[in-house]
Design a protein around this ligand. Structure first.
Ligand code: IDP
Ligand code: MG
Length: 138
């Protein structure tokens, strides 16, 4: 099934000049870019995006991290895009990520892990319209 998924290049990735490399990896791996924009989230915007994690001990730290600088939001499309992007990203903790994955190559910690990707169809259905309206997705 052709799916859409939300990718985010997080503040560490943008600051470290990885935007182009990551976009290239998406294209080389058969993803089509349906929408893209750079934004700097407010605390309340980041809190709303990560509401599923609001009871977690790392929530406040995660929100601080995600608001420390600009991020790049990307809607990707491909066959099995959601799982395929999770595989390309690698495990949440870069110590557990496989060779060749974005997090293995570029992430410095379990928190500062360079990229976000929707983890299910249900998440993608919440996350994509959280940031993009229908006219912005080609
Ligand atoms: P995911 O990004 O691989 O889907 P989630 O469990 O959904 O991982 O967590 C969302 C984000 O919260 C992670 O990408 C990471 O930035 C941060 N995070 C997750 N677990 C921890 C932790 O144990 N300590 C600090 N930050 C964490
Ligand atoms: Mg997640």
């Amino acid at each position: 099934m052709i799916e859409r998924t939300l990718s985010i290049i997080k503040p560490d990735g943008v600051k470290n000049g990885l935007t182009g490399k990551i976009i290239r990896l998406f294209e080389e791996n058969g993803f089509e870019i349906k929408a893209i924009k750079k934004v700097h989230l407010s605390r309340s915007e980041a809190e709303g995006f990560y509401y599923v994690h609001k009871e977690r001990p790392f929530f406040n730290s995660l929100v601080s991290f995600m608001t420390e600088g600009p991020i790049v939001l990307i809607v990707l499309s491909a066959e099995n895009a959601i799982l395929k992007n999770r595989e390309l990203m690698g495990a949440t903790n870069p110590k557990d990520a496989k060779e060749g994955t974005i997090r293995k190559m570029y992430a410095e910690s379990i928190e500062r892990n360079v990229v976000h990707g929707s983890d299910s169809l249900e998440s993608a259905k919440f996350e994509i319209p959280y940031f993009f309206n229908v006219f912005e997705i080609l």
